[in-house]
Design a protein around this ligand. Structure first.
Ligand SMILES: Nc1ncnc2c1ncn2[C@@H]1O[C@H](COP(=O)(O)OP(=O)(O)O)[C@@H](O)[C@H]1O
Ligand SMILES: [Mg+2]
Length: 223
């Protein structure tokens, strides 16, 4: 079996109250993992910890073979910029620029060529040269996904990537994400409220009672 792209061991975190502990997880190339759980259970915190944005209180994260919270800030920054991509729930596009310019900047920073077919498969090719502020929320979300994928990341983190999308667009976004994972042998860690969306991933977990549990064991429970 190939080495995991992402391996978390016994992670724990707390803010005003304990969020989770004993969270261990490995994601190998071409694998997709979804985490569900109630609002406030710590899903976003876990995603940020796995992505290198919030140091865990306990435990270890190995991202692409590197001990994420032991390496230097600059090495972590290079990993984040060049080899991982984060799709946030609220995307951070430059609103005064066109969609294409937003994608170009990200691709340039990661020293990658833009893959024009991405605009077609995401069905934004006809609007990509418009200013981001003129696009609908769903179109902006897809531009932001194009921006992340154009960096050719080996690990993708996605926090509710379909949260604000209609059913059809949500299906399209998942299809593009999972095709990318298969084609590039990348790893996907995503958070979602939607069991249907989660079910498209290889493995589904539930964050509840401060633990990360396989979702199958929890079938029938309400979220
Ligand atoms: N930077 C922070 N400082 C203090 N509390 C935080 C911070 N980030 C998140 N929290 C709290 O931690 C809890 C879990 O948040 P979050 O990880 O965003 O949960 P989820 O994504 O599952 O809704 C919430 O109660 C939230 O208010
Ligand atoms: Mg969240």
């Amino acid at each position: 079996m190939s080495h995991p792209c992402l391996a978390a061991t016994k992670l724990a975190h707390a803010f005003d109250y304990p969020l989770y502990r004993e969270v261990s997880l490995a994601i190998r190339p071409s694998e997709s993992v979804a985490v569900m759980g109630r609002s406030g259970s710590g899903k976003s915190t876990l995603l940020h910890t796995l992505a290198g944005l919030i140091a865990p209180l306990e435990g270890k994260v190995e991202l692409l073979g590197r001990d994420l919270y032991r390496i230097s800030e600059s090495e972590k920054e290079m990993l984040r910029r060049n080899r991982t991509g984060i799709v946030f729930q609220q995307h951070y596009l430059f609103k005064g620029m066109t969609g294409r310019e937003n994608v170009e900047i990200a691709a340039m920073l990661a020293r990658q060529e833009i893959d024009e077919t991405l605009f077609e498969v995401l069905e934004i090719d006809t609007v990509i040269d418009q200013k981001v502020s003129e696009l609908s929320g769903g179109q902006q979300q897809r531009v932001s996904l194009a921006r992340v994928l154009s960096k050719k990341p080996q690990v993708i983190f996605a926090d509710e990537p379909t949260g604000n999308l209609d059913l059809e667009t949500s299906d399209l976004v998942m299809k593009v994400l999972l095709n990318y994972v298969a084609e590039q042998k990348a790893a996907l860690f995503m958070v979602t409220h939607d069991p249907e969306v989660a079910g498209k991933c290889d493995r589904v977990y539930l964050l509840e009672e401060q633990r990360l549990k396989p979702y199958e064991e929890s079938v029938g429970k309400r979220l």
